[in-house]
Design a protein around this ligand. Sequence first.
Ligand code: MEV
Length: 438
Amino acid sequence: MTKPITGFSKLTKAEKIDWIANEYTKHPEATKKILSDYWNTDAQLQKLHDEFIENTISNFYLPLGIAPNFLINGKLLSIPMVIEESSVVAAASKAAKFWLERGGFKTTIIGTEKIGQVHFMYSGDLPKLQGFFKTVHSKLINEASSITKNMEKRGGGITKIELRDKTDKLKNYYQLHCTFETMDAMGANFINSCLEQFATTFKKEAQNYALFSDKEKNIEVVMSILSNYTPNCLVKAEVSCPIEDLNLHNKVSPKEFAQKMVRAIAIAKSEPHRAVTHNKGIMNGVDAVVLATGNDFRAIEAGVHAYASKDGSYSSLTHATLENGVFKFWIEIPLALGTIGGLTNLHPLVKLAFEILQKPSAKELMQIVAVAGLAQNFGAVSSLVTTGIQEGHMKMHLLNILNQLGATEKEKEAIINHFKNNTVSHSAVLEAYENLKK
Ligand code: MEV
């Protein structure tokens, strides 16, 4: 039985590896070899990666792929995507090519508002709290000026501080609900620093507010933190074309295809089980670009799914109409992204991703990511309503199966050839491989 360890973080990397290999793996030497196989041979580069997080023992690779031919507002881009799932990059590339020949993607920024909150408890008279908030409002902003100075120079800063009464949800619970413009930064550190300063000022001033009773002076700040729900940091991406141009599939007419697409979206709008999978397909595209550009995919995921439930039931993030002979397909999605700060200036591959994307601003990145999500959804749903997803997916997955079997390059070539005209399944690949071996 393994014992708890104290001081793990103080051990050297080699000592950490020794400990984990000996305590938790059957073959410590093999463990050490795997871990070191994934180190970068450039010691400086490895050190950079080691220092991104704590207790690093190795690197965990994900493939970086490219989906070319994205025409976005008239600009042709190749999109870097980081993802482990086969088919995703191929589907994005196929959708990009399809829409390239039909006018490309059009995008609009609907808003860029970020949100943070100071959550506090106050037991007393509401009008008095409102009076106090009015007197302290300018002080909240002034005392945060050393934090906001640089952001203001770039055109951003605090946009609003509101007092919100939340006592219908929880006894004595109030908020300072604050909004910010963070320009090209995702803004988490900026927002959290502002909020912590607001909390300090608010508490201190409450102690000196003559109209408060002793009990009222004791405002308890529970926490100060940004919100990853950013419904007003919103972008729209859309494609449209005359129905007859939807000649995607030789067995389904353009009109039938358009109708099937609209119906599939209507199902995802009305049924949460389908909506979750539908949106998962969107996030295949979104997360892949978010990761490639060093942004926080957990924050994006949390905010996007909350947005998908904003009308009271979990629903599709994409929409489709078929009106006056025109098929329209669009997404509206909240994306709080940054192109400066965080990993963006540190990770060499993230820097390269930005270069490939022609150094976008945060607003431009929001548009690119929304397009990647829309393209992915178009690819997935158009397969689902025509051939089904497995045909394309298994073809892409074939190489993974062959690698698992340890096939040589020659064997892979022969089997890939065989499956050009045969249906791929795990057992069919196994059988073909065994036949080849005979
Ligand atoms: C698989 O990663 C994503 C899909 O399930 C999305 C969808 O069903 O729309 C194919």
